[in-house]
Ligand binder design. Structure first.
Ligand SMILES: [Zn+2]
Length: 195
C-alpha cells in the first residue's frame, strides 16, 4: 500500500469525553440507549479531539520546516483559504475564508504552510479577532517579512442558529503589519483579493 492515512486518538481522553457526552445527551432529554445514539458519545468525543487538535501542534515549527532563501520581494498572496473553527463562547462552528499576503524579506515560505497554520490556530476554541492576530503574529515573528496582511470573513453559527438568528451576516476581521500599514500597499492587497 503506497499511501495510508490513519487517525489516532488518545484512548483516555476519548473515554473521559465519551462518558461526559453520555451524561450531556441524557440531560438534554434523549435516550442514550437508543440504537442510533449508541456510538454517538464516542464519535462526538473523537470529533471534538479532531476539531481541537491545534493545541498539540506548533505553527512556528510548521513554518520553519519550509523557509527558503529567495530574492523575490513582491507581494505573495494566498486567498480563499477555507476556515473551520469553533467559537469559544458557545462551542459552535464559525467558518469562512482567510486571505493572507506577505512581502518577503530574503526568505519565502512553502505556500502550503500558510493554510496549515490557519488550521493549527483554527482547530482550537477561538474568537475570530484573536485568530486573525495569531496568524498575523506567527508569520511576522517567524518569517520576518517586510509586511504581512490577514483578512478573515466568517459566518458564525452562534449568530445564525441561536441568539439574534441573523443568517446572512458575515464578520470581517483584518490585521496588517509592516509594509501593509502603508495605505497604498494595503489597498493593492485588498484589490487583489477582490475587496
Ligand atoms: Zn459564539
Amino acid at each position: 500500500m503506497p499511501y495510508k492515512k490513519f487517525e489516532e486518538y488518545n484512548m483516555q481522553v476519548t473515554d473521559d469525553v465519551k462518558n461526559r457526552y453520555k451524561d450531556i445527551i441524557k440531560d438534554l432529554g434523549e435516550d442514550v440507549g437508543r440504537d442510533g445514539l449508541l456510538k454517538t458519545p464516542e464519535r462526538a468525543a473523537k470529533a471534538m479531539q479532531f476539531l481541537t487538535q491545534g493545541y498539540h501542534q506548533d505553527p512556528v515549527e510548521i513554518l520553519k520546516s519550509a523557509m527558503f532563501k529567495e530574492s523575490y520581494n513582491e507581494m505573495v498572496i494566498v486567498k480563499d483559504i477555507e476556515l473551520y473553527s469553533l467559537c469559544e463562547h458557545h462551542i459552535l462552528p464559525f467558518f469562512g475564508k482567510v486571505h493572507i499576503a506577505y512581502i518577503p524579506n530574503g526568505q519565502i515560505v512553502g505556500l502550503s504552510k500558510l493554510p496549515r497554520i490557519v488550521d493549527v490556530f483554527a482547530r482550537r476554541l477561538q474568537v475570530q479577532e484573536r485568530l486573525t492576530e495569531q496568524i498575523l503574529d506567527c508569520i511576522n515573528d517567524t518569517l520576518k517579512p517586510q509586511g504581512v496582511a490577514v483578512v478573515i470573513e466568517a459566518s458564525h453559527m452562534c449568530m445564525m442558529m441561536r441568539g439574534v438568528q441573523k443568517q446572512n451576516s458575515i464578520t470581517t476581521t483584518s490585521g496588517f503589519r509592516g509594509q501593509f500599514e502603508k495605505i497604498e500597499t494595503r489597498n493593492e492587497f485588498l484589490k487583489l483579493i477582490g475587496k
